[in-house]
Design a protein. Structure first.
Length: 144
């Protein structure tokens, strides 16, 4: 029975596109290549925090990506990955920049979740990026 349960969980994760973690966090697929140094905001984010702004820096490629967040206690934090080259841009509901390619990664927050942070690899540019989705406090029946 344990094997069947594990199989069902694996199928459910593959169907939703986000890997459920404990404490109201989910990981998206990571888009991009294997170069650069690994980064992760998993230890810095929690359910119920608020995203104040998203900033991307672009030129020909994605140079850097950042989030300004406020935790449930009201403490602000800036999460930033990549280099400082390119022009900073703080978009509204979409994030785009760099030179258009046919290799496009696209993801949507699971029901009751919001963008909370990032995982991936970077150096002077962002080589790969994936979303950390955090449960919106008081919404959904996610983990944690």
């Amino acid at each position: 029975m344990k094997f069947v349960s594990q199989l069902l969980v694996t199928v459910a994760l593959a169907a939703t596109g986000a890997a459920a973690l404990e404490n109201g966090l989910q990981l998206s697929e990571v888009f991009g290549g294997p170069h650069g140094n690994k980064y992760s905001d998993l230890e810095l984010v929690s359910p119920g925090h608020r995203v104040k702004s998203i900033t991307i820096r672009t030129s020909e490629r994605l140079n850097g990506v950042g989030l300004d967040i406020v935790d449930p206690a009201g403490v602000p934090t800036t999460l930033y990955h990549g280099g400082r080259g390119g022009a900073p841009n703080t978009p509204n509901n979409t994030v785009s920049g760099g030179t258009r390619t046919t290799k496009i990664g696209k993801d949507t927050a699971p029901e009751g979740y919001q963008l909370g942070g990032f995982v991936g690899t970077c150096g002077t540019e962002v080589d790969s990026v994936g979303a950390i989705w955090t449960r919106i406090k008081g919404r959904g029946r996610g983990l944690g």
